[in-house]
Design a protein around this ligand. Structure first.
Ligand code: CAA
Length: 393
């Protein structure tokens, strides 16, 4: 078992670290306060190749492995989780889904623009009454012969207002339940697509999150991904990888809070010595470092399994569950270590604490991850298939 990163992976990590420190950090507090979409920064991320990292170069992507992607996600999330969620949705949910399951024509038309970051995409599964219970899609895609008529509302859509392309899950055959759902590629400037106002959120405030209303939108049949009724399977398969991205985001948020806390605790003095020399603080740092390292191993393992084309659905759920819980727990501790300074924006840790919360919610709540993991354990699928069989996904 080897734990070393390759030179290429370390170069990606360093590039992402420099980008986050030099480009993202200066404006991050203002963007959070003003809920200002990082338009310029997203363009720069596109130029750096961060928006289509794993896509084949044939379609304009970076052709990198999932390990490189999580390394970049981690570094960017240490500084700006609003930027990293934009990046994660575009890479994992939109580009990966299109490359894995789209037709050649769909890839040529959409993936080439999404992988280069010329366009940003959104993944539209959640609805006002279908969050965790994702099979209960109320949005309909009525089969009209050579097109679908799309009607319904999607909620909490990352990149909702700034994307050019939506991947929309919608019900075509209600009698078939989740097997009647389709995924349709919808261009946001088509007639009948209306974008709701940007949500005023607790965290990741700079990223745009919107409701989307579809009213009699005509979607050509050629814009359906996969066979008729493949939409739910598409969403679940895509989320298996998406959860690795969010796990890496949570890891980065936790690690960012830890690095700030370590540095602060060596400088800040109380009772005649740096607070890091008080056991009360030193033990907090020890717990943070240990749990963050454990989260890192789970995240890297899930990414590695994906790169090996082995089953990673349970591993990604475990990584997201653990990393997001660690992020929440230790960003709260980071504020505590910083004391009064931790409670004001200038010191960054209160933002990281607010940003951490969403990692326990989106792309499947912690409770949904426990459903996925417990089903896998109870079916006896956990250790044997992950390590022994090569299961193509
Ligand atoms: N991978 C592949 N297929 C899967 C799967 C997985 N992880 N999980 C389920 N499936 C398949 C099942 O095999 C089954 O297929 P068949 O019927 O053909 O055999 C089908 O999906 C239905 O599965 P279940 O019977 O298990 O469905 P369920 O209703 O009991 O539970 C669930 C499924 C795991 C709770 C699922 O609904 C779920 O993951 N919910 C959470 C949804 C979610 O993550 N939403 C995030 C929104 S996107 C987002 O947040 C993006 C953003 O903007 C940041």
């Amino acid at each position: 078992m080897f734990f070393e990163l390759t030179e290429e992976q370390m170069a990606v990590q360093q590039a992402a670290r420099d980008f986050a420190q030099n480009i993202l950090k200066p404006g991050v507090i203002e963007r959070d306060r003003e809920m200002k979409y990082p338009k310029k920064e997203v363009r720069q991320m596109a130029e750096m190749g961060f928006l289509g990292m794993m896509v084949s170069p044939e379609y304009g992507g970076g052709g990198m492995d999932t390990i490189s992607y999580v390394l970049a996600m981690e570094e960017i999330s240490k500084i700006d989780a609003s930027c990293s969620v934009i990046m994660s949705v575009n890479n994992s949910l939109v580009c990966w889904g299109l490359e894995a399951f789209g037709t050649e024509a769909q890839k040529q038309k959409y993936l080439t623009k999404l992988a280069t970051g010329e366009w940003v995409g959104a993944f539209c599964l959640s609805e006002p009454e279908a969050g965790s219970d994702a099979t209960s899609q109320r949005t309909t895609a009525e089969d009209m012969g050579d097109y679908y008529l799309l009607n319904g509302t999607k909620n909490w859509i990352t990149n909702g207002g700034t994307s050019k392309v939506h991947l929309v899950m919608a019900q075509t055959h209600p009698e078939k339940e989740h097997r009647g759902i389709n995924c349709l590629i919808v261009e946001t400037d088509w007639e009948g697509v209306a974008i709701g106002t940007k949500e005023d959120k607790l965290g990741i405030r700079a990223s745009d999150t919107n409701s989307i209303m579809y009213t009699d939108v005509k979607v050509p049949k050629k814009n359906r991904i996969g066979d008729d009724g493949f939409g739910f399977k598409f969403a679940m398969s895509t989320l298996n990888g998406g959860r690795i991205g969010i796990a890496a985001q949570a890891l980065g948020i936790a690690a960012g809070a830890y690095e700030l806390s370590l540095a602060y605790s060596k400088e800040r003095k109380a009772f005649g010595k740096p607070i890091s020399e008080h056991q009360a603080i030193a033990f907090k740092l020890a717990d943070m470092a240990t749990e963050i390292e454990a989260a890192r191993l789970l995240v890297y393992r899930a990414a590695w399994l994906k790169d090996q084309q082995m089953d990673y659905s349970t591993a990604s759920a475990m990584a997201k569950l653990f990393a997001s819980e660690v992020a929440m727990r230790h960003t709260v501790e980071a504020v505590q270590i910083h004391g009064g300074y931790g409670y004001v924006k200038e010191y960054h840790v209160e933002r990281l604490m607010r940003d951490a919360k969403i990692t326990q919610i989106y792309e499947g709540t912690s409770e949904v991850q426990r459903i996925v993991i417990s089903r896998s354990i109870l079916q006896g699928q956990l250790y044997v298939p992950i390590w022994a069989d090569k299961v193509a996904v």
